[in-house]
Design a binder for this molecule. Structure first.
Ligand SMILES: Nc1nc2c(ncn2[C@@H]2O[C@H](COP(=O)(O)OP(=O)(O)OP(=O)(O)O)[C@@H](O)[C@H]2O)c(=O)[nH]1
Length: 472
């Protein structure tokens, strides 16, 4: 699963941020200049991949408004030669509008990221929100402005503006999709060990070699790049995966800019191989993702099982002491806030040792399960019952005055007395003794003290002859 952290605002001071912005600006300018040279389909000069959109987003997500002038300047200087900014005032204005649109897209994407994915691209389920809100929407706004600006400036015909918007939308979104995860993973994760890079490097080289061969020898190889990168996505470290993805996609776009290669097929043998490769890669990718999801489900279920086992008694399924104590603590907090009383009881099966000694441990266990079942069935859903250990149980009656809780305890005592547990040909009956303490707002006390008071009452019930409830 793709797990990414957000590009956060750095607490590292304004100096570090200035350096970050300067580096971002240079990277923006370099990628934009190279992009126009490498990734454009000649002679239309339409850029197929605009990595600066991702760099601009990372800069704005990191530094907010302070990044805007840097993005604007980097975009302006990258666009200026192509748009002839120095030739006339009109061209200068068009270049400014283009740089403004790029800055707007970056700022908008950062704002959408903060609003819709404050923790970044953390889960597979947030990928579609990321694509729609952070990639497509901001780039659509800038693409429309850019296309209109170019048409108004006479750079392109109005009839070409619509396909131009479509191209920009994809090119800019792709830039965000490739750069943002890379930057986020770099800033969030620990630096990978050199050894971890070796395997990733080999797979990256394999993907790059496939891209080159697809454009020179066998077109269908283009589709086999997908399962190769999927292997890395499922096995490699985040940083390595995003580096490989960015490099491979950039290489493909750069190769395609000169010659459409595998995307321009006339040879039937090549076309059939492409078809098979496409079907194979689609199957592998879908299967891989489905298996990944299945693995995650198993992991989640195992974690839930462990959590249940840690908080519950394995024999009776009731909560155990470990989970009962914090529940009781919460209840005390709640009662303190509301100024309401509530009751706590501890109860114990009478002469349980005798049952074990007479009928054996297995019957003793059956008695414990039967008593636990009766307690759970007779109590309200809001009441909390736990097996505290051995044959001792505890109950918390939230928001319940002493009289009502005592009635409930008496009902439990009678109910348990009516239980019949089969032991060979015989029927075993049991009784319980209980001690009850009431937490009152005018006499507040802590968890240990409250349970101790209930225990003292329980001892009294035992001393006074068992099969009874005593309250303090
Ligand atoms: N079968 C079974 N017995 C258990 C379990 N946990 C504790 N016991 C037994 O429960 C018995 C508790 O005995 P005692 O503490 O002497 O209490 P008692 O016999 O119920 O006597 P009073 O509480 O004074 O009425 C011991 O024999 C323990 O071995 C369990 O999970 N299963």
């Amino acid at each position: 699963m793709l797990k990414l952290a957000a590009v956060s605002r750095s607490p590292g001071g304004s100096r570090a941020q200035a350096l970050w912005l300067a580096l971002g600006g240079v990277a923006y300018y370099a990628c934009a200049s190279f992009g126009m040279a490498l990734f454009s389909i000649q002679p239309s000069n339409i850029t197929l991949l605009w990595l600066p959109s991702g760099i601009g987003l990372a800069m704005c997500a990191q530094a907010g408004r302070r990044a805007w002038p840097c993005v604007f300047a980097a975009s302006f200087f990258a666009n200026a030669p192509g748009m002839g900014a120095q030739e006339s005032l009109a061209h200068l204005l068009s270049t400014c509008v283009a740089a403004g649109a790029d800055t707007l897209a970056a700022a908008l994407a950062a704002a959408m990221l903060r609003r819709h994915l404050p923790h970044g691209l953390e889960r597979l389920s947030s990928l579609f929100t990321f694509i729609a809100a952070v990639c497509l929407l901001p780039t659509l706004v800038s693409a429309v402005i850019l296309a209109a600006n170019l048409a108004l400036g006479g750079y392109i015909a109005w009839s070409a503006s619509l396909p131009f918007v479509g191209m920009l939308l994809f090119a800019d979104s792709l830039g965000i999709l490739l750069v943002y995860p890379l930057v986020a993973a770099w800033r969030a994760g620990p630096a990978p060990r050199p050894g971890a890079w070796r395997a990733s490097l080999l797979v990256t080289l394999l993907a790059l070699a496939m891209a080159w061969l697809a454009f020179t020898v066998f077109a269908g190889l283009i589709f086999l790049i997908v399962p190769t990168l999927l292997y890395l996505a499922l096995r490699g470290r985040d940083q390595a995966v995003y580096v490989a993805l960015a490099l491979t996609i950039s290489a493909i776009v750069a190769l395609a800019a000169r010659d459409l290669g595998p995307f321009h097929v006339v040879d039937t043998v090549q076309a059939r191989f492409m078809l098979l490769s496409y079907l194979f890669s689609t199957t592998v990718v879908v299967l891989g993702m489905a298996l990944q999801r299945h693995d995650l489900e198993l992991e989640t279920r195992a974690r839930q099982d462990w959590q249940f086992l840690a908080n519950h008694d394995a024999l009776t399924g009731l909560s155990n002491r470990l989970s009962f104590m914090p529940m009781l603590e919460n209840e005390i907090e709640r009662a303190r806030r509301n100024g309401r009383a509530f009751a706590v009881a501890t109860l114990d099966i009478d002469h349980f040792k005798r049952i074990n000694d007479t009928y054996g441990h297995q019957v003793g266990d059956k008695v414990l399960v039967a008593v636990a079942g009766r307690l759970r069935a007779a109590l309200r859903t809001v009441d909390m019952v736990a097996r505290m250990g051995g044959e001792e149980f505890a109950i918390c009656f939230p928001d319940t005055p002493a009289g009502e809780a005592l009635l409930a305890m008496e009902r439990l005592r009678t109910g348990v007395g009516q239980l019949r547990v089969a032991a060979g040909g015989q029927q075993v009956t049991v009784t319980i003794s209980g001690g009850m303490a009431v937490w009152r707002p005018d006499q507040p006390c802590g968890v240990d003290q409250l349970l101790d008071r209930a225990d003292q009452c329980l001892y009294r019930a035992k001393r006074e002859g068992r099969d009874r409830i005593v309250t303090d």
